[in-house]
Write a protein that binds this ligand. Structure first.
Ligand code: XMP
Length: 327
């Protein structure tokens, strides 16, 4: 039997009761597969790896070792949330790796998008591999592979894929959600008690804010981007219907601003932040939803208070011609 093929008879998991049945079945299967051995998981905090972590914690508790790599390109509050949810609330065996300086040093001065992606992907594997080598007696590697990843020959998840580990670190794979579609993973995540902010997170690229900090990443622009992104997620997130993806990008461009000091206008250069919101079904094409002007203004008023920022733009480009991300 091809274990990578979803049986036609498999019912779509749409309700909490179906999710509970799936969880029960998977927990038993994971216990059977893993026994008293240890499992390693790269836990990004995205919905897929989070659901896999929660399933494994339920099945084998602290035999699961989660490694969370903070590469400095995550959204505001994300690394903290991973620690809070998994270590503090679920008592997970979690290794938190602060690799911020390491990634940003490697990326310093690199402006080409594909080179940036390659550096982030390769460095991620290197950091994960180093952590794996520090641990003894690991037999299994868990992955948040989902069914669309199997269906697409080249998944967009290549960056998070730790399939690039060297030969002597090859573990047996544990992929408990590999036959599920994204909406099913969310139903299961909800049934496992994960917070809504994790379960209904919008898609976020593997290289994270790295591809939204356009050109060579600098810490000041990256921090401004992280703050602006948090504002946009908060404000657009309050709309009755939220777009598929909404975020900010920060180009490597400064423009003139003016500040009044004692009635006298002083000109200075500041960064421009771009707000981007799109609707799509499959990310192949995308349209731009209407955002009420009052909401745009509310975001603008907060974003221009971020140090170094003096201009806010709204990107109304559709895909095609533009891609969703700026890089
Ligand atoms: P584009 O910019 O190609 O984006 O229109 C389509 C979707 O893919 C996401 N994206 C990525 N996801 N690694 C990822 O895991 C990447 O390098 C990457 N680049 C783009 C993007 O956020 C959008 O949802």
């Amino acid at each position: 039997m091809d274990t990578n093929k979803r049986p036609e008879t498999m019912e779509r998991i749409t309700t909490p009761a179906l999710a509970d049945a799936f969880i029960k079945e998977q927990v038993a299967a994971l216990r059977e597969q893993i026994g008293d051995k240890k499992v390693l998981l790269a836990l990004s905090g995205g919905v897929d790896s989070s659901v896999v972590a929660a399933l494994l914690i339920k099945a084998v508790g602290r035999q699961l070792v989660c490694v969370h790599v903070n590469h400095g390109l995550l959204r505001k509050g994300e690394p903290e949330q991973v620690v809070k949810v998994f270590r503090d609330e679920m008592n997970a065996n979690l290794i938190y790796v602060d690799a911020v300086d390491r990634f940003l040093d490697k990326l310093a001065g690199v402006a080409d998008p594909e080179t940036k992606r390659k550096i982030i992907g390769a460095e991620f594997i290197r950091v994960f591999e180093e952590e794996a080598r520090k641990l003894d007696d690991i037999d299994f590697l868990a992955q948040g592979t989902i069914y669309p990843d199997i269906l697409e020959s080249v998944g967009v998840k290549a960056h998070h894929n730790v399939g690039g580990l060297p030969e002597d670190l090859k573990f047996e794979l544990v992929e408990p959600v590999k036959l599920l579609y994204k909406d099913e993973v969310r139903v299961v995540g909800k049934a496992l008690g994960l917070p809504d902010s994790m379960v209904y997170r919008q898609p976020f690229p593997g290289p994270g804010l790295g591809v939204r900090c356009v050109g060579a990443i600098t810490r000041d622009r990256l921090e401004a981007l992280r703050e602006a992104d948090a504002i946009v997620r908060e404000e657009i997130g309050k709309l009755p219907e939220t777009p598929w993806q909404y975020f900010c990008a920060i180009p490597d461009v400064q423009s003139t601003g003016i500040r009044y000091v004692d009635g006298e206008g002083k000109r200075y250069m500041g960064w421009a932040v771009i707000i981007r919101a799109v609707n799509t079904v499959d990310a192949v094409t995308a349209t731009v939803p209407e955002i009420p002007f009052a909401v745009l203004c509310k975001m603008r008023d907060q974003i221009v208070r971020i140090p170094g920022v003096n201009r806010v733009l709204w990107d109304i480009s559709e895909k095609p011609v533009a891609t969703i991300e700026w890089e």
